[in-house]
Design a protein around this ligand. Structure first.
Ligand code: ADP
Length: 227
């Protein structure tokens, strides 16, 4: 479980999160919505332990992640898969290598890499594309590679920061369906998005951010409040 307990995060002159409390249980699918500057990225960066709170606590499975020692942080982060709007693939590596690389850095055994990479590429529908380079792929395919890379080490949670932000509507739906499928297999999914239609159609939990505060938390939420 993820628990933000009265978390405030101040940058120099800005309060990016203000007394923010929320609980997210294992296996949930949660949308983070809100205008640019509302605090979604700060929430994600606190969860990744790229930042620590000015006050309050971020607990993951009951442990205060601010207390992690520097040497423990990489291990903590392996429990989280990260997907970005701009994919962040390595352009000089092909599809297989982009995904395998995420395992190599954990010192995984070659035999495990050899069995796991094809498995996760199959899961995202990229079997047969192993040798293609990022610049030979469509945006949707690149995002599938990045999802495969995020999943290859079997994280307990997947954080997707506007994963459909660079994709056309049809491709966005395909990626959305893939994330739901991953969630149905047990991974917690937290997705920041400006995709009104996606949110309104999916009827998943919605956390609405506004000026650093949680202004709505609805189990089958919508993007906007009805007038
Ligand atoms: P969102 O992801 O919803 O767009 P952010 O969490 O990025 O929102 O930003 C929340 C607020 O914190 C904004 O006012 C933003 O300008 C400010 N902010 C974010 N990062 C920094 C930073 N590194 N230094 C100073 N201010 C920042």
């Amino acid at each position: 479980m993820i628990e933000f307990v009265k978390v405030t995060k101040d940058y120099k002159n800005v309060t990016a999160l203000n007394n923010f409390s929320v609980k997210i249980h294992d296996g949930e699918f949660v949308f983070l919505i809100g205008a640019s500057g509302a605090g979604k990225s700060t929430f994600i960066r606190l969860l990744l332990r790229e930042l620590t709170a000015t006050s309050g606590k971020v607990l993951v499975d009951g442990a205060d992640i601010a207390a992690l020692k520097d040497a423990q942080i990489p291990y903590y982060r392996r429990r989280i898969g990260m997907v970005f709007q701009d994919f962040k693939l390595i352009p000089t590596m092909n599809v297989y290598e982009n995904v395998a690389f995420a395992m190599r850095v954990t010192s995984a055994k070659a035999s495990l890499i050899k069995s796991r990479v094809p498995e996760v590429l199959a899961m995202v529908g990229l079997t047969g594309r192993e040798k293609a380079f990022p610049n030979e792929l469509s945006g949707g395919e690149q995002q599938r590679v990045s999802i495969a890379r995020a999943l290859v080490n079997r994280p307990v949670m997947l954080i997707a920061d506007e994963p459909t932000g660079n994709l056309d509507p049809d491709t966005s739906w395909d990626i959305m369906k893939l994330l739901v499928q991953i969630n149905e297999q047990g991974t917690t999914v937290i997705m920041a998005t400006h995709g009104k239609e996606l949110v309104d159609t999916m009827e998943k939990r919605v956390l609405a951010f506004d000026h650093g505060s949680l202004v709505r938390d609805e189990l089958r939420g919508r993007y906007s409040v009805d007038e």
